[in-house]
Design a protein around this ligand. Structure first.
Ligand SMILES: Cc1cc2nc3c(=O)[nH]c(=O)nc-3n(C[C@H](O)[C@H](O)[C@H](O)COP(=O)(O)OP(=O)(O)OC[C@H]3O[C@@H](n4cnc5c(N)ncnc54)[C@H](O)[C@@H]3O)c2cc1C
Length: 436
């Protein structure tokens, strides 16, 4: 039996761990076009700011790799030949498979304007991109960042930490408006301004101006120009569905996979950012662009590839991230629908967050410590925590397990309710009941 995994991301790696937990002897081959292998993509933000070095992006040791007993092939997969059960590789002989996992992730949606191909127009998908950005910051002084979501902010902070003057362009009236509420966006923006970022609202990039094939500035649709040496963009991501599409695997926005992570070809599975996975609990197929779901999906795909029938049960998506220095946890459905700054989905984002929940809102605290709860009939539907993270774990558990919060619901809804205290007290009792 030969298992082939396309993609050296967390989904691919988790699949190998699962396969090996069942099948100790089958051959496992990982193929990736990224010469840097498996590393933490969320960690790239901290690498950009200089808080960690590139070694810290790697969580696995040589022993871990040896133990998993797989081979790594640095090559780009050009085509999947389903009839022959083979992969056509760029510059290397074709590779046969018995079971195949497509875990090729997603990529930044390119800017579709004049000048987008100039040197100095940057994105942040891979370690190579981060290194390119770092090399550029040594040459230039002023950067323009475009886009909403986590990655645009990470680019802003990375460039700032490297001593650049940063202009941050937002099409709408506030930062990440589909996930954060107005006060949360304002808290983030206030901190960015304190750090020296120049924010521009209600603006749209019309053109990147070049000189000698390099970025020299930008022009906005209202005619204003800003001189700059670098343009960094994060306007959304697109799952890399081309390989699957070309060989007749069913795709919508992502590769359609059932709860076993199987596609419409019984020998081909999909997991991670590229997959649009069926959720038997809601009956919807959704895309998460988050590290944890990618790891869990990869793990479940690996089991199924190796013959153990297992289902991936999506739990309330959550992410702990840092927004302009504010540690922020987002859990469940918290959003307001569309965001003018993000096309489709952003990195570190979940389609579930952006659902418009039928829920009442309870808020507590501000500005450094803030909690927002989305409250349904009996359950918590979502939560946003900024600053103090003491309630992050309890809220994750309560939302994921659908804790019945009826006993404190009315109290939570009172004006100026001590939301954090009510949740903390409830959690202690709820945890004891669950344990009993
Ligand atoms: C800057 C940044 C910040 C992030 N922040 C967060 C965060 O705060 N929280 C969070 O939960 N998530 C975050 N994410 C998202 C998270 O990293 C992804 O959800 C996760 O890495 C997805 O894993 P994956 O295995 O599906 O795909 P990926 O990690 O994208 O791996 C895909 C792999 O496939 C390879 N590949 C693609 N096409 C081919 C081909 N044709 N042939 C061969 N190989 C190919 C790629 O080279 C790569 O090795 C962030 C991502 C980035 C980039």
């Amino acid at each position: 039996m030969r298992y082939v995994i396309i993609g050296a991301g967390v989904a691919g790696f988790a699949a190998i761990e699962s396969i090996r937990s069942i099948d100790k002897t089958g051959e496992v081959v990982m193929v990736s076009d990224d010469p840097h292998g498996f590393y933490s993509r969320p960690g790239l933000a901290y690498y950009l700011t200089g808080e960690i070095d590139s070694k810290a992006l790697y969580s696995r040791s040589k022993d871990d790799y040896r133990h998993l007993n797989f081979s790594f092939l640095n090559a780009r997969v050009k085509r999947i030949l389903r009839a022959e059960k083979k992969l056509e590789l760029d510059g290397k002989p074709a590779l046969a498979y018995d079971k195949l996992l497509i875990a090729v992730g997603a990529q930044a949606i390119p800017l579709n304007i004049a000048g987008a191909k100039l040197q100095g127009v940057m994105k942040l998908d891979h370690l190579t991109d981060a290194n390119d950005i770092l090399a550029f910051t040594k040459r230039g002084r002023t950067a323009v960042v475009v886009g909403g979501g986590i990655t645009a902010l990470e680019l802003t902070e990375g460039l700032l930490a490297r001593g650049m003057n940063v202009h941050y362009l937002l099409r709408g009236d506030r930062y990440w408006s589909n996930v954060l509420d107005a006060r949360e966006s304002q808290a983030v923006e206030a901190r960015l301004q304190e750090e020296g970022v120049t924010l521009h609202h209600h603006v749209e990039l019309a053109e990147i101006i070049g000189k000698n094939n390099r970025v020299a500035g930008i022009r906005l649709t209202d005619g204003h120009t800003i001189k700059c040496d670098l343009v960094a963009y994060a306007v959304g991501i697109a799952p890399r569905i081309e390989l699957a599409n070309e060989c007749g695997i069913n795709c919508e926005r992502g590769i359609l996979a059932d709860e076993h992570l199987q596609t419409n070809d019984e020998n081909i599975f999909a997991a991670g950012d590229v997959a649009q996975v069926y959720d038997p609990l809601t009956g919807h197929s959704v895309i998460d662009s988050l590290w944890n779901p990618a790891r869990e999906q990869g793990g479940v795909a690996g089991w199924n590839m190796a013959g153990r029938r297992a289902a991936y049960l999506k739990s309330a998506p959550f992410n702990v991230t840092r927004l302009a220095g504010l540690t922020t946890t987002i859990i469940g459905s918290v959003g307001r629908g569309r965001d003018e700054d993000v096309m489709g989905i952003a990195r570190g984002d979940s389609e579930t967050w952006r659902e418009l929940p039928e829920a009442l809102v309870a808020q507590g605290g501000f500005d450094v410590n803030h909690i927002r709860l989305l409250i349904g009939d009996k359950r918590l539907i979502g939560a946003v925590l900024m600053g103090d993270q003491k309630l992050s774990f309890p809220l994750q558990k309560m939302i994921a397990n659908g804790a019945d919060i009826s006993p404190i619901r009315d109290s939570l809804m009172q004006p100026n309710a001590p939301v954090a205290d009510l949740i903390a007290d409830f959690w202690m009792k709820w945890r004891e009941n669950i344990a009993a």
